[in-house]
Ligand binder design. Sequence first.
Ligand code: GLP
Length: 256
Amino acid sequence: MEVIIQPDVTAASQLAARMVARQLREKPNSVLGLPTGSTPLLLYRELVALKLDWRRVTTFNLDEYVGLGPDHPQSYARFMWENLFRQVNILRKNVHIPDGLAKDIPKFCTRYERQIRQVGGIDLQVLGIGTDGHIGFNEPSSSLASRTRIKTLTAETRRDNARFFGREEDVPHHVITMGIGTIMEARQVLLLAFGENKAAAVAAAVEGPITAMCPASILQMHPVAKIVVDEAAAGRLQKTDYYRWVFAQKPLWQRW
Ligand code: GLP
């Protein structure tokens, strides 16, 4: 794991944008795994500003609320089109987002996994993290080998996400999410976490034991996982001096 501590959200998002940009330049037909939520907002704005070529890029989103169609203001499909896809030259046919209105959810999930395999797997998976350590919508106790499937949200996640819906009662109980096994097959993983309310989850994921009770901790087993945090989200890490030193010693060719 490589932990990169940046002074603030802007610097962290700019660094993450450079990492994604480098991936797209090195492999113009890259397959990206993408998250939603407040964390990647600035990253997406930076990516739009970089005016990269997305014509050959394929994307797979991590998750979606069951019962919300792409026109629903809180659907992740709507979020992605508004915040990224509509502003870059990606082809609609190359965008994949779990279908919250799928009639046969298990069948849909099997097809989603197949589509990922058919394009050769995910090159770079970008992730946020929930306050309970979830990645995608893989809540604590999720199988660390899980595949794309339906999940039930915890009360904590529904409370956290109520800010987008206005009322907690309106937050769906069920979601479709890529599994932890699916995420772990990506060739590279880039997890972003900002703010003090993520500090405990980040510390558990990076320096705690690998456990299904903190799904993000499985990233310790990923060969190429980068964790980009702001100072606040790094607040509970023990080895910050070491992480900063490693980053400062990086040869120029290894930087972004
Ligand atoms: C949401 C999403 C995750 C996201 C996380 C954090 O529920 N399913 O993919 O990383 O929770 O959200 P935010 O970035 O808004 O803090």
